[in-house]
Design a protein around this ligand. Sequence first.
Ligand code: GLU
Length: 507
Amino acid sequence: MLRVRFAPSPTGFLHVGSARTFIFNWLYARHNGGTVVLRLDDTDVERNTDASVNSIFDGLRWLDLGWDEEYKQSERLALHRQIADAIFQKGLAYRDFTPAHTGDSEKSGANQTWLFNPGMRELSRAESDRRAAAGESFALRFRVPRGTGEQVRFTDAVYGEQIKSAADIEDFALLRSDGMPTYHLASCADDIDLRISHIIRGQDHLSNTYKHVLIFEGAGAKPPQFAHLPLLVAPDGSKLSKRRHGPVVSVTTYRDAGFLPEAFINFLCLLGWSPKDDREKMTRQELIDAFSLEGINRANAVINFKENLKEPAATLPATSPDETFDSKAVWLNAEHIRGLSIDDLSVRLLPIVHGAGFPIAPEKMHAITPLIRERIKLLRDVLTAADFFFVDDDQLPPYDPAELIPQKGDAAMALKVLTRAREVLAQTEFKHDPLDQALRAAAQAMGVKAGQMFQPIRVAVCGRKNAPPLFETLQVLGREITLARIDQAIEKLEGCASASPKSPLSS
Ligand code: GLU
């Protein structure tokens, strides 16, 4: 039975690299009909926070992939100690009573002498039992084999055969002197107990794996298959870190900026993995079908973000997304947006519009959605692409009245066209075909091109030239707002003409 686990430590937020680890585990399990275990590695009480647990769950829930089983390491300490004891009883671990080395000896240095605390490894069992019974505190250390030429080896599904001389592995701690399990022990004990068959995790854990192999074997368990994932790095090749790179390394930043979870998942999958046919845009099901450990690369994967996102995305104005995020992520997002049904997309846009203070009814959002679906790359772009639908009739963002002047026309033409359009629109049914016919006929009768009629209307109702198709837009805005905005445009034109007879508007 294939079982994988994702084991975040709740010491921060959900990092994009961790999200990718979760996604790869999930895809591998779903591809093979296996089970996904979520395990919170929360034994480091000094560094864990509830805020971090919440933020990790927020990120995971947004990805919307789900998992099958859930555990907290802190609730499994008895199991960890039991496995430590089993290793100890076999003589594969020893008590270290040296107070100076009660912490994790990994951190102590790299020369030969730190591999043992003098005398402790050699302590007789009787002496060790006596000191323990007398209440002396001790750390429990793994007795790494010290025979000449002794090696630890495993085959990684991504990085291949891995071999390390046992002489280069210190007698690492399983239990600290306060009785708490170390990460190495807790992780392996849980992996054994939860019958994890595949450990898929970041490449930064590759060097820990030798110790893990020793623990698995020491506990009498077959080590699982390991697959380490290439690092995610910044454009300059440095490891992604919140301190250096800011919010762009946190999953919720992408949520708040208006990425679709399915697009974000698609993007992360392409960082360090590729399908055999090099497709890029893939749905969740296509990813499940195509995913394999063989498709994972060894080279570090670069996220090409621009280092200008210093504020949380939710507080940013909707800006051009290309200025901040990896352009492939943005492109994939636009592709996934286009693949959504209008129903689905409008439901996803509504909370963003409401969050920006526009109490738009769901039906109206549903009507606006097809007009902007091709025009937005991130969900938050709805705020700039469709702003004129959300504001009251008298609150169009200010625009330059010169925009109202049609191509090859002048202010007088703009005025004439808008005045006539107002008359026509006061009487025409606000549906696509009648609007189309009536405005074209009016243009023809006035001897202007259709475009020369449409542009002033478009600018009058949208406040700019670059806007969705005109008749659909008018239909959604409705007669009242359309006429009010045309009146305002006429006023602007008249105001400019009278204020300065020589203005460019009065040519
Ligand atoms: N809690 C560890 C981490 O967040 C898990 C590593 C592992 O997968 O074993 O890095």
